[in-house]
Write a new protein. Structure first.
Length: 79
């Protein structure tokens, strides 16, 4: 599964205007903030990107991060 609207995701990552981004198995994502409680629901995100762990990244590092998250989602969807 491909992450949807990658250009907007990469722009958000470049600007560091987020705290926590949730990515679901269908490729959709959302800036959910640090107090996100959606993991208590039935539509749990597959993975997250946290600004505290991914700050000050170069363009190349952002591209690699997005590719890694796509691979992570694909592996979860296969299993």
């Amino acid at each position: 599964m491909k992450i949807k609207n990658k250009a907007a995701l990469k722009e958000l990552l470049r600007n560091e205007g987020y705290d926590k981004i949730a990515i679901w198995s269908d490729g959709t994502w959302s800036d959910v903030g640090t107090n996100y409680g959606g993991e208590k629901g039935k539509n749990n995100p597959s993975t997250y990107i946290s600004r505290s762990q991914n700050y000050d990244l170069t363009y190349r590092e952002i591209g690699s991060l997005v590719k890694h998250k796509e691979a992570e989602i694909n592996n979860l969807n296969k299993g």
